[in-house]
Design a protein around this ligand. Sequence first.
Ligand code: GLU
Length: 283
Amino acid sequence: MTTRRIGAVAAAAVLALGLTACGSDAGDTGGSGSTGGGDTAGGLKIGIKFDQPGLGQKKGSEYSGFDVDVATYVAKELGTEAADITWVQAPSAQRETLIETGQVDLVFATYSITDKRKEKVSFAGPYFVAGQDLLVRSDDSSITGPDTLDGKKLCSVTGSTSAQNVKDDVPGVQLQELSGYSECLPALEKGTLDALTTDDTILAGLAAQPEYAGKFKVVGKPFSTERYGVGLKKGDTALCEKVNAAIKKMVEDGSWKKAIDANLGPAKYTPGAGNPPTPDACS
Ligand code: GLU
């Protein structure tokens, strides 16, 4: 699933393009996927993270991770082959803007469904449920949960629920906000920062990177519920419904579980309660 056979995929895409062009509905306006309702015959621009191993990662010209696999499956159900997906980097703070301005059609980027975000975008899903946790140095036993962060130096990312949650709930903490979680690791390793906080999925993937082997540990007591949704243009209910149908199919045919095992298995991450979730009704 994670292996990208570029040649084969490209060949299949050429074939698929011909087929979709012939097969599009007479009533369709055709086009780029920005016409709403999930007409994606012209390809899809999909926002993912580029620096979150196991979830969304760019290495050279290869994209891998659970978000990438779910996105690829959903795109296929919408009529877009893997080779017709344009992957766009979607840092936490830019996700709503990327959707609002049409720079992406869909976002699969560890993107929690929240009421605040729903003021600007709509969500299909959820397709995964994670929880916020803490990553610390392996030899640090002083941090055991959010109640032990007073006076500690914490790192997180601008525009994330992770940063917002600690700002709301842990007033004594010194929070440094960077633009991506991977940027926190060198300072955590050196000791200029004491902990990194975000979803347990992301922390597991970052800690499992060979260059950091044995250096960090995830505290392992999740203190929030992060329901990963698929961000899309506000009010595009037709597209939302198609994405939800694809997510349900992915769970039912076993592909969801396979994608979990392939992408999060190497980091020894096991999905917690609530997985796999049932998508919410679109609105
Ligand atoms: N899931 C959280 C969020 O959407 C944290 C991870 C992230 O920043 O992507 O804000």
